[in-house]
Design a protein around this ligand. Sequence first.
Ligand code: DP6
Length: 326
Amino acid sequence: MQATAFAHPNIALVKYWGKRDRDLNLPAAGSFSATLGPMRTRTTVRWGVPTDRLVLDGTERDAAATARVSRWLDLVRAHRPGLGGAEVVSDNDFPTAAGLASSASAFAALALASTRAAGLELPDDALSVLARRGSGSAARSLFGGFVEMRPGERADGTDAFAVRCQAAEHWQLQVIIALTARGAKKVSSTVGMNHTEATSPYFRAWVETVAPAIVAAREAVEARDFARLAAVAEASALQMHASAIGADPGVLYWRGATVDVIHAVRRLRDDEGIPAFFTIDAGPHVKVFTLPIHAATVRERIIAVDGVHDTLEATIGGDARIVEAE
Ligand code: DP6
């Protein structure tokens, strides 16, 4: 009745921003991501306790935080009645302030650990559907390497899941995360995307960019074509943010240093011929992709940007996995 799983965070190269169904958490369009390593979430689930409990990074969480997880655990209980309550103990080995979506690795690890602890052996797509119900980006964190999220068409969402396009070994890229602000972000991804969809005149135009961008990103990764991937990823990030900035009132995640890092990355590429591109999620930090041999130079240029107080480094990570079951 107990299992422990590891899952890595991921960064979208073609962004997910908007839902076609909020109750089932169905995305309005697909997305395409790179899974990161070595940072990970580790989650242990034990079924058969009187009530659900949630312990994150060593601290027992309150009723509100536990309620979100309890609602999600109900989906597993629906697969196997009689499981009772679950004790969920989870920790991240990367700082929350890293600007990495910890909900992605959290719900991926939870999906794997909780189903295994319940004695369920779900196929990959069903597991990805379950993780998606917790957080859209979590559907992708079950798989290593380069991953495509399929938006699906069915109303019940059974065809909205992620698939691995290329394993991590296919292309080892280096990611440098430029931290441009301290403290938690003010507008969560969920709130930001729902508000964009409800009020931005650019939301529909944004959604139309996604499908062709995914085809281009998939092909670029397959061919290890860095310049093409750079163009697709930067365009997708800027188009997503343009749709959010166009909401009413506008959702603006950037700080001054965010923009300065964008310029620094473009200078590296245009003036020095160094392969590098940026992407930005629902926060002020900038994630810069490069090839391992250029990582030291890229880091040096990024940390020199005014307002960048630290950097973190990552590589391309592997599949989520069970580390122990009993
Ligand atoms: C900007 O997966 O956090 O990081 O499904 O509402 O939990 P919910 O949203 P979430 O959104 C991630 C948004 C993003 C882009 C991406 O990861 O694709």
